[in-house]
Design a binder for this molecule. Sequence first.
Ligand code: SF4
Length: 408
Amino acid sequence: MLSRSRERLKPVLAFRRTPGNYNSLPSLVGALERAGLDSRIELRLAGSPAEVRGPDAVLAYSFTTPALGQVAEELSGLKGRAERPVLIAGGAHPSADPEGCAALGFDLVVVGEGECALVDFVRDWLSAGTPQRPQIRRGAAQDLDSSLHVAERAGLFPFVEISRGCDRQCAFCQTPPLFGRMRHRSPETVAAGVRVAVRAGKRRFRFLSPDAFAYGGAGAGARLDALGELLERCRAAGARQLMLGSFPSEVRPDSVEPALLELVRARCDNRSVVVGAQAGSDALLGRMRRGHTAALARRAVELCLEAGLNPLVDVLFGFPSETPDERASTLDLVRWVLSHRRAAVHAHYYIPLPGTRAWPDAPAPLEPKLRAALAGLQANDRLEGDWQEQIALGRQILDWRERGLIRV
Ligand code: SF4
């Protein structure tokens, strides 16, 4: 009786849902749908590991470094349990520290993009009848244009990912080591995904890109054409609201062009554009490997204002090796931005992340005077950001390394 009921049941693959993996899970589930594997397994989203039991079930985590503490705690709670599922890990943190994740208790760690590796794992699992457990597997880069951004059968409609990867090498960023070179979904493929989401009742779409104004490749003319076509096709597919150049598709200062801003002003619904300025000192920008100057960031802010858009400017304090004078230059930049009535600032504090060029250097501490200045600006609502929480998070991450939770 028990074995018959087992035969009727499909094997379970559950994804641990966390606030940080809103966008990665639909990509993974979508890959299983395209491979026709979603009908052969029971796919679930798990709010806690207790919802997935049995050595024939698989529980998958996709997570970033800030989530490591919670993940480690959950894995330690599963240790030694007879009902423990097979545990697999992927995402930015496991890709940067696969050995550390294997030591936490994961049976399989995927390095790089997860879609192809997950499909291979599930195929092997179904043909072997039990999950296979190589410890570390390298995931091949996903051909972005061969897939929609949605997982339709599972009813998952994340942000509209138009580009993945980045050709820059900013020293604090995990995107280039995780995703490699930048590539794009074509306007046709993006619009096909939007059409599916519209059929499911969605009307409002935010694009996702490491640099929205880089869409379409090299040359401002090519980008203008590609973005124009993208917006037109998405409207034709039924989108009522389109948001480009604001979260989560910020723009780099050196990508900002008047014609691109005009396109956003005329054809999109956001009135804010997020510009990644990061620092007010060229020497510091050079050590960050940003590939642009502070003057170019100021020009981007002015162009946004001239186009009738509201710049929201990202700045970063505490990069390792940052000097007090360089911090003061960034504070000057902040004050200059805020001298424009329609502009605002998003302040960040440097978070050390494994896999980046700056890892594992410690953040530069902020003087009490600078902290007070930032807190004062924040109190008047024109400066936002979790910089104070990020100071604590940076310390926590380096402490995890000291304790051996991170092994790189
Ligand atoms: S910060 Fe932005 S531009 Fe720099 S490497 Fe990361 S994604 Fe690319």
